[in-house]
Design a protein around this ligand. Structure first.
Ligand code: Z5A
Length: 212
């Protein structure tokens, strides 16, 4: 029995973690499959260790290629150890970020090239692609303001990047979204949280009616 793989993407502070938690609360009990929620970077013991290295604000000398390869390495472990086995069991897997984050942040934001970063990730994941990606669409400045409000002074290495970097990342996401219109569905994340959650739940139910 093959499972279902849904990813949430978006700029920092778009609300991915909050929305995923609320979506799961809303569909749990109705969904016919086990639901596995996971996140990137991280999601498994080794992948979480790599996450700590990547996000450590002290690692200012990390170059862009090292960063991209560490994300891909962490993802490879996450896919082989957590995501693929869950999909094989038939679960609904929901991941907070996946390959599109690398395409937008490292491919576009760091200037490594979306195609180049896609290639290392195809190797890392064995070409695994989500069945559905919900892109929480928010102006990067608004997202950074939400984060600053929520945890002022404890931003990680990437959150500390200047607004110009996050605007570049946003442009990367727009390119990825345009290249995959069937997979990526865009939700306006500037709306109130209950509206964002309701729209996301509606999308999941309409795209995978057999799950309910
Ligand atoms: N990264 C990368 O570069 N390449 C990759 O391949 C991957 C990741 C996988 C991960 O850090 C960093 O790694 C991230 C991208 C990069 N970095 N940066 N910069 P993370 O996992 O710690 O961070 P994140 O994924 O970006 O999550 P986040 O910044 O915490 O944002 P979020 O999950 O989208 O938002 P949230 O925590 O759910 O909500 C933020 C605040 O907004 C919170 O106070 C909420 O209560 C509030 N919120 C949420 N929704 C709403 C609405 N609708 N209205 C008002 N307020 C809201």
């Amino acid at each position: 029995m093959q499972g279902y793989f849904i990813t949430f993407e978006g700029p920092d502070g778009a609300g991915k973690t909050t929305v995923i938690n609320e979506v799961v609360k809303a569909i749990q009990g109705q969904c016919k499959r086990e639901i596995l929620v996971t996140r990137e970077p991280g999601g498994s013991k080794i992948a979480e260790k790599i996450r700590d290295i990547i996000l450590d604000p002290a690692n200012t000398e990390m170059n862009a290629k090292t960063e991209a390869l560490l994300y891909a390495a962490s993802r490879s472990q996450h896919v082989s150890e957590i995501i693929n086995p869950a999909l094989k069991r038939g679960d609904l897997v929901i991941s907070d970020r996946f390959v599109d984050s690398s395409l937008a942040y490292q491919g576009q934001g760091r200037g490594l090239g979306i195609e180049e970063v896609a290639q290392i990730n195809a190797f890392a994941t064995g070409n695994l692609e989500p069945d559905l990606t919900i892109f929480l669409d928010l102006d990067p400045a608004q997202g950074l303001a939400r984060i600053a409000k929520a945890r002022s002074g404890s931003e990680d290495r990437l959150e500390q990047e200047k607004l110009a970097f996050h605007e570049e990342v946003y442009r990367g996401y727009q390119k990825v979204n345009q290249a995959h219109p069937d997979r990526v569905k865009v939700v306006d994340a500037s709306q109130d949280l209950p509206q964002v959650v309701a729209t996301s739940v509606k999308l999941v139910k309409s795209i995978f009616p057999e799950l309910f």
